[in-house]
Each structure stands twice: as structure tokens, then as C-alpha cells.
Design a protein around this ligand. Structure first.
Ligand SMILES: Cc1cc2nc3c(=O)[nH]c(=O)nc-3n(C[C@H](O)[C@H](O)[C@H](O)COP(=O)(O)OP(=O)(O)OC[C@H]3O[C@@H](n4cnc5c(N)ncnc54)[C@H](O)[C@@H]3O)c2cc1C
Length: 641
């Protein structure tokens, strides 16, 4: 085990730290974050059959939202906006910070503050956002045009310094440690023009494997048994076959070749190519399909949002800009909080929000119309009476001190992970409970590492390192976006936050089983094991650039998300209609049905791991409750203003 010297663990709950009220500032905590110690134990308790009886707190609300992620915050915002400024809203979340996956990591070094996302990374393909989602962004001050302009300059920054990608071939996977700088370019036939042969010649891959890769990239799989099939039949066959099978059995490449492609889908699907439908690989532009001559997807139509592509979005026609703010979509979470509790985050614009500090003591104040209560796990949500006739719902939660309390509300939105709802809401039908439990959230880790400077990257001429088969699949320099008063690292002598991605999975098993095993792995892995692997991996990859992990690593934040991306259907393990069309019998549709005064939101309810889905589902759930409110014949004064 390597020593963890130099790491500041004082503000780290993983190491048993408890926050004094005046110092409460979760974005600055390092160590094991994301699903941090203290956030999940109660939920695992009720999953395992433990029950709590809450003491009535006497608190009464118009709306209680369970889950303070982007869906829950959006639901709170939609309700408060529509029900009027006097409406009382309580948002409960089990973490010590709000935002769900959309978390902010903040590092200090010398007189600098450095930001990076701890989870939800970007507003992806914003032209695909619904009118509701785009209007919500505008309403809370997230001006897409200004954000896009700032993002464009940041994206070109490292390129303007001449820094490129690179690949680290590790001894444990390839028999030799070797960093190969530059890249052979992307996928597809034009890759040949970008020097595949020259690039491959520098790698430790065998000559046979190199030859197969060139063949795959330049000409693709032979037509062979596909020639008699129609376009639809070819696509159906690809839908039911993994990309690994396609490469081995149809493109007939050496098994060694798989190691080059295996990690590519992991950042989007949290599994390797053994569990990636070949159809999705085709839609994403992976190599090998050239000779099949498949008809491109229609510009608009039911297949346009075929799985794959842009992670659920059509690639060919682009979905518009993707915006990466310095702390990712945590900016949206912070703006939503500002819109509901203005004095919790000083300022009034997107730009001035970036460096503004949230005053956590203002989130949950007596007398506030909107309250965000952290460190509170909801264990039971039940109507007071029958779901059809009750006028109130009782919500029981366990707070940080371990005691259970109840609050009452006229309406509830469950914006938490949908597979938890059957444990929390006893009143639903077995069919609905089964549908809610169908998905399996995908485990993923975003590790952020503060380093003293990035001269090793500059010396090597690189900005990112792909690490096939290693503990973290890749790492890269952090974001360079200049916005508001944020001053990102610009000189290699400046401190920098590196971003690393890990997706624990179990190749060879069906996708859901891979996610289950990956989740177990994450919960059982200590911070020390992470730290050891991080130091080892970065140290070996950058050694020729002069990087010394003992000297250069200052702090580590491991954002582990055992319950990461919402489950999305695919054509290998689920019905093709669920994966490719918006079929009514999808479990997410059956599961998200309103029952009485309880509605269901979260990105799970759309079976797509995206911010716009989280917002849209929050909107739908709140809309359902306004129908209930109206039909219940509430007094005129209670109707939306
Ligand atoms: C590492 C990572 C990167 C991502 N990157 C992107 C990206 O770039 N773009 C994109 O569009 N999407 C991305 N996503 C997907 C992301 O999940 C969604 O965009 C969005 O943030 C989901 O919001 P949500 O509110 O639906 O769910 P969540 O963020 O999961 O929020 C639900 C909240 O409810 C809480 N909760 C659960 N049970 C209880 C309970 N019983 N009591 C109280 N609280 C409870 C949860 O702990 C959580 O805080 C990413 C996800 C991850 C994990």
C-alpha cells in the first residue's frame, strides 16, 4: 500500500469527520464522495427489512419531494412556480449535499480554487431538450447561448497548445508498459488516412493484431452470410449480437484486438463490448460495418433516437451543442436552489453563480416556503387513508442523528431511484412494484485528482490518456472553461484537477448481472485501494514526462456512484421494442403511474440517464398532482395562481 501522504483528509466523512455547522461545505470534501459513508446505510436497512416509526414533527407542506437530484429540484421548482410563492415545499435527500449525481467538487491550492464535476458532466445535445427542459434552464438563468460560447473557447484550449490524446499500454494487459502518444484518429474508413499503420507500429500489439485492426478500420467485416439479408434483417441480426461477437465471428479479428475496443462504450453504458449490441456500435460509428451497406437512420422518426448514437440520441444529424460547465450540471442544481431559496446562493446570473458559495445554513430554515433538508433518508411514504380519498400523505424520514420523524403533505413526488419505491411505498400493486424494480442502475466512478502542476502532460505533448483494461479506463486534464470569475489552469505550472473514469463490471455476464457485481465491487472497495491504484496508474503512465505521484498528487476525491446511470433498455437483454421505440409496456411506463397523491419522477421514470429526462419527469409528476389538486375540488384560493 502506498502512503497517502499529502492528502488532506480533515473534511472527509470517509475518515470519520463530522461537520461543525459553521464549516459545513460538502463541495470541498475529499476522499470517498458520491455515495459517501452515512448516505446509504439507512436505505440498505429498509431494503433488508428494517422498519422505523417516526415521531410527528408537526410540519405540514403542500408538496414533499423525495430526492434532491436534478429531477427532484426541478419538481420542487415547477410546483413552487405554479402553486404560487406562498406554497410550502420540502425536498428531502439522503446525501450531505444537494444535486444527486450533479455534484460539485471544489479544490483549493495556494490562492486558487479549482472546480470539476463529481458526477453529471454536461448538458448533452441541448437541441434535443424538450421545450420544458430548455425553458427551465432559461428560467433559472442558465443561458445556453452564453454557456455555449464560453464552452467553445475552453474546448479548443488544449488543442491550441498542441496537446493530443495518448494510450497507455500496461504491462498487466499487454506485457509491457508503454505510452504511445497521438492517436490514429476516430473510427471508420477515413481512419486509414490518419495513420493507423504508423500509430499501431508503436504499440506492443502483435503484427497479426495490427493487421486485423487496419483491415477492420479500412474495409470492415466481409459481406459473407449477410449478402442475402435485407437491410432490416441485417439490423435485427446486429441488434441481437454483441459487438464482441461481431468482431470475433464476423469480422474475424484476433481476440487480442478486442482489448483495443473493449473499454470504448464503458463511459456511456458501463459495460464493455461483450454487452454492447452490435447495432448500437454501428449507430455510434464503431468500425467493421462498412461492407454491410446499412441504410442510415431517418432524419426524424421513431428510430431516430435509437440506443447508441449519442448515448440514446441520434448521432448522424447531431443533437446540437453539449455544454460542459466547470462543475458540470452541479451549476444547474445550484441555480435551481437559488431560484427557490434566493439567499442560499448570492448573485443573480449564470456567471456570478460559478464562484459563489452556497450558504448551507439557509437551505432548511423555519419560515422558508421552500426547504431543502439534507442527510435525510425517506423510509416510508403512505396516504393517511385510502390513496383515492386521502387528503394527506405521511412521509417518514431518518435524519443524521438516526431518529425518525414524520411530516405531512398534500402531494408527494418520488424523485428518488425508482427501484427503492416499492420498499418505501407499501400501497402499490405488485405489478407496479415489479415494474419499478426492473431496472438496474449502472455503477460508475468519477475520480478527481488535484496535482501540483501539469508539466508532465506538457512535456509529453498530451492532454489525455486512454488506458485499455486498467483500473480507471482513462484520465485527462480538467476543464479549461473561463466563465465569470473562474480562473481555470492555463499554464502547465498551475495546479490542475485530473478527471478519471472507472466502470466496474463483470465481462461475460448479462448486463444487469454485470451492474450488480460492479456495484458490490464499489461498495466493498476502500479508499486506500482506490488511492493505491490511482497513484500507480498515473505514476506509471506519466513517468517519462517526469510525474512523481508522491510529490505531485495533492488530493483525491473518489466520486463513487454504485447507483449511477438510470437503466436503459438494450436490444441484447430487453425487448427490441423497449430499446428502440417508446413502447407502452416498458417497465418504466408501468412503474411511473401515479397512485393517489403520490407521483413518480427521476430519470429512471424515462429509462434514460440524462438531465433532460430528469427535468421532464419532474414536470410530468408535478403536472399529475395538479390534476389531483384540481379534481379534489380544493378551494379556489388553493388553485395555481
Ligand atoms: C457519473 C455520472 C455522470 C453523468 N453524466 C451525465 C451527463 O454528462 N449528462 C447527462 O445528461 N446525464 C449524466 N448523468 C446522468 C444523471 O443521472 C442525470 O443527468 C441526472 O443528474 C439524474 O437526476 P435524477 O434526479 O433523476 O437522479 P439522481 O441524481 O440520482 O437523484 C436522486 C436523488 O434521490 C436521492 N434518494 C434516493 N433515495 C432516497 C430516499 N429514500 N430518501 C431521500 N433521498 C433519496 C438519491 O440519493 C439522489 O440524491 C450522469 C450520471 C452519473 C452517475
Amino acid at each position: 500500500m502506498l502512503p497517502s501522504q499529502g492528502l488532506d483528509k480533515r473534511a472527509d466523512p470517509w475518515f470519520g469527520y463530522s461537520w461543525p455547522q459553521e464549516a459545513y461545505y460538502p463541495p470541498a470534501a475529499t476522499g470517498m464522495r458520491g455515495s459517501h459513508a452515512g448516505s446509504f446505510e439507512v436505505a440498505h436497512g429498509f431494503r433488508d427489512g428494517r422498519t422505523w416509526t417516526g415521531e410527528d414533527s408537526g410540519e405540514r407542506y403542500d408538496m414533499v419531494v423525495v430526492g434532491g437530484g436534478l429531477s427532484g429540484l426541478s419538481a420542487g421548482f415547477f410546483f413552487h412556480e405554479s402553486a404560487g410563492p406562498g406554497s410550502r415545499v420540502l425536498i428531502l435527500d439522503n446525501h450531505d449535499d444537494f444535486g444527486g449525481h450533479a455534484k460539485r467538487n471544489e479544490f483549493s491550492y495556494g490562492d486558487r480554487t479549482l472546480l470539476l464535476n463529481g458526477g453529471t458532466s454536461n448538458l448533452e445535445a441541448t437541441h434535443h431538450y424538450s421545450t420544458v427542459a430548455r425553458t427551465l434552464l432559461a428560467a433559472v438563468g442558465l443561458d445556453l447561448e452564453r454557456a455555449e460560447a464560453a464552452d467553445a473557447t475552453s474546448r479548443s484550449f488544449y488543442g491550441s497548445l498542441g496537446l493530443t490524446g495518448s494510450t497507455f499500454f500496461s504491462q498487466e494487459v499487454f506485457g509491457n508498459d508503454r505510452l504511445v502518444t497521438g492517436s490514429a484518429g476516430g473510427f471508420g474508413p477515413s481512419a486509414a488516412r490518419r495513420g493507423w499503420r504508423e500509430w499501431l507500429a508503436q504499440t506492443p500489439l502483435s503484427e497479426d493484431a495490427q493487421r486485423d485492426i487496419v483491415r477492420l478500420e479500412e474495409t470492415g467485416s466481409p459481406l459473407d452470410s449477410w449478402s442475402e439479408l435485407s437491410d432490416g434483417e441485417r439490423k435485427t441480426r446486429l441488434a441481437r449480437m454483441s459487438y464482441a461477437t461481431f468482431l470475433l465471428d464476423h469480422a474475424r479479428v484476433q481476440p487480442e484486438v478486442l482489448s483495443i475496443y473493449n473499454d470504448r462504450p464503458k463511459g456511456l453504458f458501463c459495460v464493455g463490448i461483450d454487452a454492447l449490441p452490435a447495432l448500437f456500435a454501428w449507430a455510434m460509428g464503431y468500425p467493421g460495418f462498412q461492407q454491410l451497406g446499412l441504410q442510415p437512420l431517418s432524419r426524424v422518426g421513431p428510430l431516430t433516437h435509437i440506443g447508441g448514437g449519442q448515448h440514446g440520441r441520434e448521432r448522424q444529424f447531431s443533437g446540437g451543442p453539449t455544454i460542459e460547465l466547470p462543475d458540470g450540471n452541479a451549476t444547474l442544481a445550484r441555480l435551481l436552489v437559488r431560484a427557490m431559496i434566493p439567499d442560499a446562493l448570492p448573485g443573480s446570473t449564470l456567471e456570478d453563480s460559478i464562484m459563489a458559495r452556497v450558504d448551507y445554513s439557509r437551505l432548511d430554515r423555519e419560515g422558508s416556503t421552500v426547504r431543502v433538508r439534507l442527510n435525510s433518508t425517506v423510509v416510508r411514504v403512505q396516504h393517511r387513508g385510502s390513496p383515492e380519498n386521502a387528503s394527506e400523505v405521511e412521509v417518514t424520514y431518518v435524519g443524521q442523528d438516526g431518529s425518525a420523524r414524520t411530516v405531512r403533505a398534500n402531494h408527494v413526488v418520488m424523485a428518488c431511484h425508482n427501484d427503492m419505491i416499492p420498499y418505501i411505498c407499501p400501497e402499490m400493486s405488485p405489478e407496479q412494484k415489479a415494474a419499478l424494480g426492473y431496472g438496474e442502475r449502472m455503477p460508475i466512478v468519477y475520480t478527481n485528482v488535484l496535482i501540483r502542476n501539469w508539466t508532465a502532460f506538457a512535456n509529453l505533448g498530451i492532454r489525455s490518456v486512454t488506458c485499455p483494461g486498467m483500473y480507471h479506463s482513462n484520465f485527462s486534464l480538467g476543464r479549461a472553461m473561463e466563465i465569470g470569475a473562474y480562473n481555470p489552469p492555463r499554464s502547465p505550472e498551475d495546479p490542475m484537477v485530473l478527471h478519471m473514469t472507472r466502470t466496474p463490471c463483470a465481462p461475460g455476464f448479462p448486463k444487469k448481472e454485470q451492474h450488480r457485481r460492479g456495484r458490490r465491487d464499489l461498495l466493498e472497495t476502500t479508499f486506500e485501494t482506490f488511492e493505491h491504484n490511482i497513484r500507480d496508474q498515473i505514476g506509471r503512465a506519466l513517468s517519462s514526462g517526469g510525474f512523481d505521484p508522491a510529490r505531485d498528487i495533492v488530493a483525491i476525491t473518489v466520486n463513487r456512484w454504485p447507483h449511477g446511470y438510470a437503466y436503459s433498455y438494450d436490444t441484447l437483454d430487453d425487448s427490441i421494442e423497449w430499446a428502440l421505440f417508446e413502447a407502452d409496456d416498458r417497465p418504466c411506463v408501468i412503474g411511473r403511474q401515479r397512485f393517489g397523491r403520490i407521483s413518480i419522477a427521476n430519470s429512471d421514470a424515462a429509462a434514460t440517464p440524462h438531465t433532460d429526462a430528469a427535468i421532464d419527469e419532474g414536470y410530468r409528476a408535478v403536472g399529475e398532482q395538479f390534476v389531483v389538486k384540481s379534481r379534489a375540488g380544493v378551494a379556489e384560493a388553493d388553485l395555481p395562481e
